[in-house]
Ligand binder design. Structure first.
Ligand code: CP
Length: 307
């Protein structure tokens, strides 16, 4: 039963519950008009304490396309946070007005801290460099459409694996399926945090390797998940500038990949995928952004318990 639940971490829902969300997303994709009134009278609180294009606008589009309405802010200085209001007080207040909340916050663990104060479903739209579970729903729905399965896939994650919350959530989620192997491609300074290696990969006996060069492994991948170097999480600009162009996917590199490999990227992209790759049928990242709206429609409907 998903009605009334929070979504803070990618493992909050069972695999069967995820399947329920994906099945509903399939139905919505098939016939979106059939769902355009199901949230009539419901209101989404959209609280974005950090910049966003896809997550905020896809949540807001999702609610509007379900017939609901939206209140919120995308600039925290326009709310009473600027006067020193605490996160629990902000959440308690918005829960008086809205039926469901999507929140992005720069501090790791903020949604976990806020959720006990929230009497309505609270959805983590990304917390600092920690987790981004609804991006993972987006990624999984895209993989399900493209590959027709989650098991026995070789998943390459490339770029900023230290600060990239979408990668942390994807590894958590994909490591729940049989026979998935990870190839983690990053500079030494941007490797995945130890808790991902120890508490997820090693604890579950998942096969993985860590390499620095994409060229060494691109021919082995079923999925290539590119990420940008997360400038906003660096302590100094010089390190960012040194590392920002570590990986640039271009046509030449794509020529060594499998014909049915798919390229995913949570976006925004900076320089890590050249625009010349966009026309390659294996480039799925803009389709992925669209699936993000459909899966959030399904998530909102399930958490509100409407049909
Ligand atoms: N993928 C993602 O989280 O994008 P935004 O930062 O634009 O929301």
């Amino acid at each position: 039963m998903l009605k009334g639940r929070h979504l803070i971490d990618p493992e909050d829902f069972t695999l069967d519950e995820l399947e329920e969300i994906f099945s509903l997303a399939d139905e919505i994709i098939e016939n979106p008009k059939a769902f355009n009134k199901i949230c009539d009278g419901y209101l989404l609180g959209s609280l974005f304490f950090e910049p966003s294009t896809r997550t905020r606008l896809s949540f807001e589009s999702a609610m509007l396309r379900l017939g609901g309405t939206v209140v919120g802010f995308s600039e925290p200085n326009s709310s009473s946070v600027a006067k020193g209001e605490s996160l629990p007080d902000t959440i308690r207040t918005v829960a008086c007005y809205a039926d469901i909340i999507a929140m992005r916050h720069p501090k790791e663990g903020a949604p976990n801290f806020a959720s006990p104060f929230c009497e309505i479903p609270l959805i983590n739209g990304g917390d600092g460099g920690h987790q981004h579970p609804t991006q993972t729903l987006t990624d999984l729905l895209t993989i399900r459409v493209a590959k027709k399965r989650f098991d026995n896939l070789v998943v390459g994650v490339c770029g900023d694996l230290k600060f990239g919350r979408t990668v942390h959530s994807l590894i958590k989620a994909m490591s729940r399926y049989e026979g998935v192997k990870f190839i983690m491609i990053s500079p030494n300074e941007l490797k995945v945090p130890n808790y991902i290696r120890n508490e997820i990969l090693d604890a579950k006996n998942i096969e993985y390797m860590e390499v620095e060069r994409l060229e060494e492994v691109i021919d082995k991948l079923d999925i290539l998940y590119m990420t940008r170097v997360q400038r906003e999480r660096f302590f100094n600009e010089a390190d960012y500038i040194r590392l920002k162009d570590s990986y640039i996917l271009d046509k030449e590199k794509m020529s060594h990949a499998k014909d049915d490999m798919i390229v995913l990227h949570p976006l925004p992209r900076v320089t890590e995928i050249k625009m010349e790759v966009d026309d390659d049928p294996r480039a799925w990242y803009f389709r992925q952004a669209k699936y993000g709206m459909f899966v959030r429609m399904a998530l909102i409907a399930k958490l509100l318990g409407v049909r």
